[in-house]
Design a protein around this ligand. Structure first.
Ligand code: ZN
Length: 309
């Protein structure tokens, strides 16, 4: 299977305006797409990332106003880590403190330092000051100087009661390989490796069972280059007995979905066509983007969505 790393991570939020302010103003990501949840068009689907929301940088949210908080835990992708240049760590420590976001230093992990904190809904985030080269340019931001910006995903941490079946899926079916182990955490990587590819499997018996709700991850998407690679991935998973959804056209990428044995929903998404398919790059995220089948209902959809600008 020709996976290239992480594509996007989708999480659940409550207030869409609070969500948008946090990711754009506090973390300095670009708001690249304002769309709706295709399965629930009365709800936004908000996308943040680098200048174009490149695969490997896109964190997306379904904000359900008033939704109760979930509890990240076993059976969840319970932490989402972004890569920052090592010299940016003191900047973020100071900035988060000044903006009243409580952060704590990460226990040094595989030789790298970092910070952990939560978003306004309790979603667990990490900044990893990577010692590896990461040449992905951060989003241009009025709030965060470019030399300190987030370069995209570093890793996701899946919390599991028993990691063996998930590890087998990653290595036997998805082309991942083990890259490091420390204590109850084992890191897997794919393709060329490096930030943006890592999946950490964590088996910590002290963790509670996860409960879905605001502040939890909905699913993790992995990258393939194109439709051919996705078809091949679908065939390989199916041949190995994994129940995989049909290909679904998400307008900005095509997707297939399956559940990994530990309970986390996985998706494989194509790099093409990307977020500039229905808006110019310069004005991404400024108007409500709807998939063609919902365009005839634009007036009702817009009227029902809360104002976030
Ligand atoms: Zn997705």
């Amino acid at each position: 299977m020709n996976l290239l790393g992480l594509h996007h991570i989708t999480a659940i939020a409550s207030d869409p305006k609070v969500n948008r302010d946090f990711y754009t103003r506090v973390l300095g990501l670009r708001f690249v797409k304002k769309s709706v949840n295709q399965d629930d068009p009365g709800t936004y689907h908000l996308y943040y990332g680098d200048v174009v929301g490149s695969p490997g940088t896109a964190l997306t949210f379904f904000p359900w106003q008033g939704l109760r908080r979930g509890r990240p835990g076993v059976g969840h992708a319970m932490a989402t880590a972004f890569s920052i240049p090592a010299p940016a760590l003191p900047y973020w420590q100071e900035r988060l403190g000044r903006l009243e976001v409580d952060s704590t230093p990460l226990t040094t992990r595989f030789g790298e330092d970092g910070l952990e904190f939560t978003d306004p809904d309790g979603l667990r985030l990490e900044l990893v000051a990577t010692l590896e080269s990461d040449s992905r340019p951060p989003a241009p931001s009025a709030d965060v100087p470019v030399q300190f910006g987030l370069c995209g995903f570093h890793s996701t941490t899946l919390a599991l009661a028993d990691a063996r079946a998930t590890a087998a899926l990653l290595t036997a079916s998805m082309g991942y390989r083990k890259s490091a182990t420390a204590g109850d955490r084992t890191r897997y990587t794919v393709a060329d490796g490096g930030p943006g590819t890592y999946v950490d499997l964590l088996t910590d018996p002290s963790l509670p069972r996860g409960l879905s709700g605001a502040g939890t991850v909905h699913h993790i998407a992995f990258r393939v280059a194109d439709d051919d690679a996705q078809r091949e991935a679908h065939a390989q998973l199916t041949a190995q007995g994994v129940a995989v959804s049909p290909v679904i056209d998400r307008a900005y990428f095509k997707s297939i979905y399956y559940q990994e044995p530990g309970g986390v929903l996985f998706e494989i998404a194509t790099d093409q066509p990307g977020f500039a398919i229905d808006e110019p790059i310069a004005t991404l995220g400024t108007r409500l983007s709807l998939p063609p089948h919902l365009e005839p209902h634009r007036a009702e959809i817009e009227a029902a969505l809360p104002e976030i600008d």
